[in-house]
Design a protein around this ligand. Structure first.
Ligand SMILES: Nc1ncnc2c1ncn2[C@@H]1O[C@H](COP(=O)(O)OP(=O)(O)OP(=O)(O)O)[C@@H](O)[C@H]1O
Ligand SMILES: [Mg+2]
Length: 257
């Protein structure tokens, strides 16, 4: 294997569909696989990764851009906060006014530095199609689109995926996330595929609705790193493991090609 990692962008067509929780859960899964992970919080104006992990306020991607722009950048690791032995975080700006000052050209520079320092770079985003997000979608090796059983979300996802088809972008997987709104079951899988006009690659089931999710967040814990989760939520833990291992398998296939 060469020393270049894989970048994965967790994206959606609507807000509140479980991107941040899924980003954190995947980080836990990659840790279980022994991979070094960087979570980049590119939800620039409302990022919640540091808050969810109880990481103290420190440097953020804003400081990276500021220093880079002022020729005072030295090392990428100066902007990173450690969560545990495997997981590091590049936090989002604390003040939304800082986010407005971040030039999208830094997406490429940040991802380039990240990918040579980590096995996996997991990027949490927002659903807004800002310049920043469009560049992130363009540059990530893999996009994981989360979609829920919600008509508005599904219609938005259809539009988004049709844009992807127009520009021949194929490096995405669709995850139906039933765990965030377990009571929403208006459409069956067949209808959902028909609405979004795309395949569903993975399903996070209703069973993965975590009643005490708030206590995980308050304690800065990652759900998939909890010892009981792998057995209590075996089916969905296995799905997350499958998503993670498929990404690495496909990455290796491309390297061999
Ligand atoms: N598996 C789950 N079980 C219970 N609650 C969940 C689950 N996944 C997500 N949630 C809850 O749903 C809400 C939305 O999740 P999350 O913040 O991850 O979505 P998001 O797509 O990142 O939202 P945004 O677009 O605002 O960034 C949160 O309050 C979260 O705690
Ligand atoms: Mg979020």
């Amino acid at each position: 294997m060469n020393n270049k990692g894989i970048s994965i962008c967790v994206a959606s067509a609507k807000g509140g569909v479980g991107k941040t929780i899924t980003t954190l859960n995947l980080a836990g899964i990659f840790e279980a696989l022994g991979k070094r992970v960087l979570i980049i919080d590119f939800d620039l104006s409302g990022g919640g990764i540091s808050a969810a992990l109880n990481i103290p306020n420190g440097k953020s991607s804003y400081h990276f851009c500021y220093d880079y722009n002022n020729n005072s950048y030295q090392e990428f690791k100066n902007y990173i906060t450690k969560y545990d032995e495997f997981i590091d975080v590049l936090a989002s700006p604390k003040d939304p006014r800082q986010a407005l000052k971040m030039n999208p050209k830094y997406v490429e520079i940040i991802l380039d530095k990240a990918i040579f320092s980590y096995d996996v770079v997991l990027i949490d985003t927002t659903h807004d199609l800002t310049d920043f997000n469009i560049l992130t979608l363009d540059l990530a090796d893999v996009i994981l689109f989360l979609v829920t059983n919600d008509p508005l979300d599904l219609k938005n996802m259809r539009s988004l995926l049709s844009i992807f088809k127009d520009v021949n972008l194929k490096n995405y997987k669709v995850i139906l996330n039933e765990s965030v709104y377990p009571f929403k079951d208006y459409f069956g899988i067949y209808d959902i595929k028909n609405i979004i006009k795309a395949n569903i690659d993975y399903v996070l089931s209703k069973d993965f609705y975590i009643k005490n999710i708030d206590s995980f967040i308050m304690n800065g814990k990652i759900i998939t790193l909890d010892k009981k989760v792998a057995s209590v939520f075996a089916k969905d833990y296995t799905t997350l493991m499958g998503i993670a291992t498929d990404i690495f398998k496909e990455g290796e296939l491309h390297e061999d090609a």
